[in-house]
Design a protein around this ligand. Structure first.
Ligand code: B12
Length: 235
């Protein structure tokens, strides 16, 4: 089985400042090794619609939704099933369902594994919902053991910046922020040692810590920053 990951651009045109779409390192890490994976990032390269594939998985933000729906239509016309996940499908799953065979609500962990299994058996479900969503997890190490497989990014002309996620969500519930709508008031974090080990394994010295609110758990933020000092990297 082959799965094609796609990161749409804003309007089908390339850009020179694309950063690695971290979600695909997560999905690759969750996918059984016998499944072939390819990534096309429309900000860097055209999408080969004719290339054979069994399933297309798109990550969709609100600002790429229109383009994602156009891409999905191209594949579905060719009989290829399309899955969508990310912020926009999570917020408006009924809308995304008009354009996709399956929609994932919330984070991929715990859901993607089942979806791949279903797709393999030809039994893709229309909706997958992450059960962690809404459980009001405040901090703790709920993201312990998270694996990132960045091999799909090799050879692509991304900016030489490593996106590293230490935590997701925020304990505040500001009504203007899509993070609180996505994660509720949950804050999930990874153990500091795991983040440090990941950064050490990366071959670049410039790191973008992409947490939604990195200071929200002050004591853990301090631990993280102190642990990063010996690495002599730029964040
Ligand atoms: C880093 C970042 C950027 C970087 C670019 C990153 C990149 N790779 O290109 C920069 C700083 C350039 C940027 C710019 C912008 N960003 Co930004 N960004 C982020 C940030 C902080 C992290 C993104 C990330 O890598 N997350 C980590 C990954 C793992 O999380 P994820 O993609 O959400 O994936 C998880 C789930 O959503 C789900 N999932 C996602 N896709 C899929 C697909 C499938 C198939 C499945 C199963 C699951 C799944 O599973 C994952 C976890 O397991 C997010 C906030 C956030 N917490 O994500 C905002 C965020 C995505 N950005 C946002 C916005 C609005 C923008 C801008 C439009 C801001 C502006 N006004 O200019 C621009 C657009 C730039 C552009 N033209 O592309 C919003 C999007 C809201 C929305 N409704 O879509 C967010 C959520 C921030 C916010 N507070 O609202 N951004």
């Amino acid at each position: 089985m082959k799965i094609t990951f796609i990161r749409p651009s804003l309007n089908g045109t390339p850009s020179s400042d694309a950063m690695e779409p971290l979600v695909f390192a997560i999905l690759a890490g969750l996918t059984p090794p016998e499944i072939e994976l390819v990534l096309y990032d429309e900000r860097l390269e055209p999408i080969p619609y004719e290339e054979p594939t069994d399933l297309v998985a798109l990550t969709v933000e609100t600002f790429t939704a229109r383009r994602a729906y156009q891409i999905a239509a191209q594949f579905r016309q060719r009989g290829v099933a399309v899955v969508m996940g990310g912020y926009h499908p999570t917020f408006v799953p009924e809308e995304a369902q008009h354009y996709a065979d399956a929609v994932v609500i919330g984070d991929a962990e715990g859901v993607w594994e089942q979806l791949v299994q279903d797709a393999k058996m030809g039994k893709l479900q229309p909706l997958y919902k992450n059960s962690v969503l809404g459980k009001n997890q405040i901090s703790g190490h709920s993201l312990a053991g998270l694996k990132f497989d960045r091999r799909l990014f090799q050879g692509k002309k991304y900016l030489p910046i490593n996106l590293v996620q230490h935590g997701r969500g925020c304990r505040f519930a500001c009504d203007f922020c899509s993070i609180s709508t996505f994660y509720g008031s949950q804050l999930q974090q990874r153990p500091v040692q795991e983040v440090v080990a990941e950064i050490e394994s990366l071959n670049k010295n410039f790191v973008f810590l992409i947490d939604d609110n990195i200071f929200v758990n002050e004591s853990q933020a301090e631990q993280l920053f102190r642990a990063l000092i010996p690495l002599k990297i730029r964040c």
